[in-house]
Ligand binder design. Structure first.
Ligand SMILES: Cc1ncc(C[n+]2csc(CCOP(=O)(O)OP(=O)(O)O)c2C)c(N)n1
Length: 302
């Protein structure tokens, strides 16, 4: 991906999620939603390196990971709206997506055993799994059982911790003891750690970790300290607005956008605006999922 491609991909995620938040009061969406505005460089910096067939597992804050994976934006918008054309036929909503080799679940920490199991299966065919988790997930016991087995069996899984300094609305100093990177070290899992919102820095770190992983060196971890500008869900924000403003100086779009020329940026901005508007318009025009489509899906059908 060129620097312009990386910028476009991050902007696409940003505009998609801004549209979701802005449009929520209009009653377009079912259930709830979690946006990762401000965290785009993690999704794009890591997943721009993904090779076809490599598995990605995401959490409740999955839109950015899904779009960076290459998932279709119109189908994501339709999924949030409960439309038949959605990623999962309108049955999964914002948090539960299954698309090709991409899986997301809102069960906090429950994604780690899934990813480790998938890595066990993938190892047989030379594949890998990449799993994203937040600092809040580190309070779940299943995470440590997963790290143990991944390390013991040298499974090809990359753990990407996005520490946005909050679990939902609880600041990290009130919910997490000890050091994040040291948790991986305790299991003998090599870990790279960086406090950055620069997509190029993140891509470099991910490149090294993925090279080790694909080279058969066993599980790897990245700890990326970041920040989310958007509330946990829609309106539930208890943070000091001054803190949010402080971190906005490190907005990944500003950091990386500064590398592009003004004209190039404007052309990308205009293209993304159109693409996002079209995606939501198409999703709005699609038929609603039929309730009786649920039973065959639960039975393993389409
Ligand atoms: C098993 C389980 N318990 C509780 C929740 C409710 N919940 C949703 S997000 C969240 C905190 C997540 O924190 P973190 O992993 O840091 O991600 P962030 O939301 O900060 O991006 C919690 C407790 C859940 N989804 N699943």
């Amino acid at each position: 991906m060129t620097p312009a491609d990386l910028y476009r991909q991050m902007l696409l995620i940003r505009r998609f999620e801004e549209t979701v938040l802005d449009s929520f009061p209009r009653g377009w969406f079912y259930g709830t939603t979690h946006t990762g505005i401000g965290q785009e460089a993690n999704a794009v910096g890591v997943l721009c390196l993904r090779r076809p067939g490599e598995v990605v597992v995401s959490n409740h804050r999955c839109h950015g990971h899904f779009l960076a994976y290459g998932g279709p934006m119109t189908a994501l918008a339709a999924e949030l709206m409960g439309r038949a054309t959605g990623v999962c036929g309108g049955r999964g909503g914002s948090q539960h997506l299954v698309y090709e080799d991409f899986y997301a679940s809102g069960v906090l920490g429950g994604t780690l055993p899934l990813a480790v199991g998938m890595a066990l299966a993938e190892r047989r065919r030379g594949g890998i799994a990449i799993v994203f988790l937040g600092d809040g997930a580190l309070g779940e016991g299943a995470v440590y059982e997963s790290l143990n087995i991944a390390a013991l069996w040298r499974l090809p899984v990359l753990f990407v911790v996005e520490n946005n300094r909050y679990a939902q609305t609880t600041p990290i100093q009130l919910h997490l003891a000890g050091d994040i990177a040291a948790r991986f070290g305790a299991f003998g899992i090599p870990v790279d750690e960086r406090d950055t919102t620069d997509v190029l820095e993140i891509r470099d770190l991910a490149e090294q970790a993925l090279a080790r992983l694909r080279g058969g060196e066993g599980p790897q971890a990245l700890v990326l300290h970041t920040y989310r500008f958007s509330p946990h869900s829609r309106g539930d924000d208890l943070r000091d607005p001054l803190e949010i403003e402080h971190f906005r100086l490190r907005d990944p779009l500003l950091v990386h956008g500064a590398r592009l020329g003004a004209e190039e940026r404007q052309a990308i901005d205009a293209g993304v605006e159109v693409a996002v508007r079209q995606a939501f318009d198409q999703a709005l025009a699609a038929p609603t999922a039929a309730p009786d489509s649920l039973t065959p899906a639960l039975e393993g059908g389409a």
